[in-house]
Ligand binder design. Structure first.
Ligand code: AP5
Ligand code: MG
Length: 187
């Protein structure tokens, strides 16, 4: 199964993605997690990405595409994967389709959109700012991340709708309830 998780910042891509990992035994590929690891390790790539991440802007396409391309080549991703936070704009979605065609991979099966209203997103991320202190969970950065999502990533709903791959799941409620909705949508 090859799944793309779509949704605003804080919509639960990471949370639901982990549950899909447990259920299906396929890896989750999170560009956000990979970038944060690179920043923490102080690699060249991390240095290039840090300013954009801290400002809530998208990191350059060539950087994130490089991460995903390398990760998809690992043997554990051959039988399927869950993408969390990639693609994030139309150019990335087109490259992903090309990668799937070029690596003797099967195409993406489904794009799962976790629909969560802005008020709930802001509530969750403000809460996480206190508990985890993620650098981009500051009020003004949260606001900008939502704007970037609406401008750059939200159009991907149409992109996957046009391929008849889009399923939308209400992403508000208990984590396990939402997961049941996700599983139903994937059937
Ligand atoms: P990324 O790490 O992808 O962050 P994001 O999209 O802003 O999303 P989050 O990780 O904040 O939220 P999530 O949807 O995973 O929700 P979560 O499960 O954590 O990207 C970070 C940055 O990296 C970007 O801004 C950009 O700079 C860069 N980047 C990454 N990918 C890129 C790309 N492809 N191209 C360019 N740049 C890229 O849940 C959020 C919180 O809510 C948690 O505290 C969780 O516990 C809680 N929660 C989850 N579910 C529920 C629920 N049902 N009820 C209550 N609380 C819940
Ligand atoms: Mg996440």
């Amino acid at each position: 199964m090859r799944i793309v998780l779509l949704g605003a910042p804080g919509s639960g891509k990471g949370t639901q993605g982990e549950k899909l990992v447990e259920k299906f035994g396929i890896p989750k590929i999170s560009t956000g997690d990979a970038l944060r690891a690179a920043v923490a390790a102080g690699t060249e790539l991390g240095k290039q990405a840090k300013a954009a991440m801290d400002a809530g802007k998208l990191v350059a396409n060539d950087i994130v595409i490089g991460i995903v391309e390398e990760r998809l080549e690992q043997p554990d991703a051959v039988n399927g994967f869950i993408l969390d936070g990639f693609p994030r704009n139309t150019a990335q979605a087109q490259v992903l389709d090309q990668l799937m065609a070029g690596h003797n991979q099967r195409p993406i099966d489904k794009a799962v959109h976790l629909a969560v209203d802005d008020e709930e997103i802001i509530r969750r991320l403000h809460e996480r700012a206190v508990t985890e202190g993620r650098h981009d969970d500051k009020p003004e950065v949260i606001r900008h991340r939502i704007e970037v999502y609406n401008a750059e990533t939200h159009p991907l709903l149409d992109y996957y709708q046009a391929q008849s791959k889009l399923v939308t799941v209400q992403g508000v409620g208990l984590v396990d309830e939402i997961f049941q909705r996700v599983l139903k949508a994937l059937q």
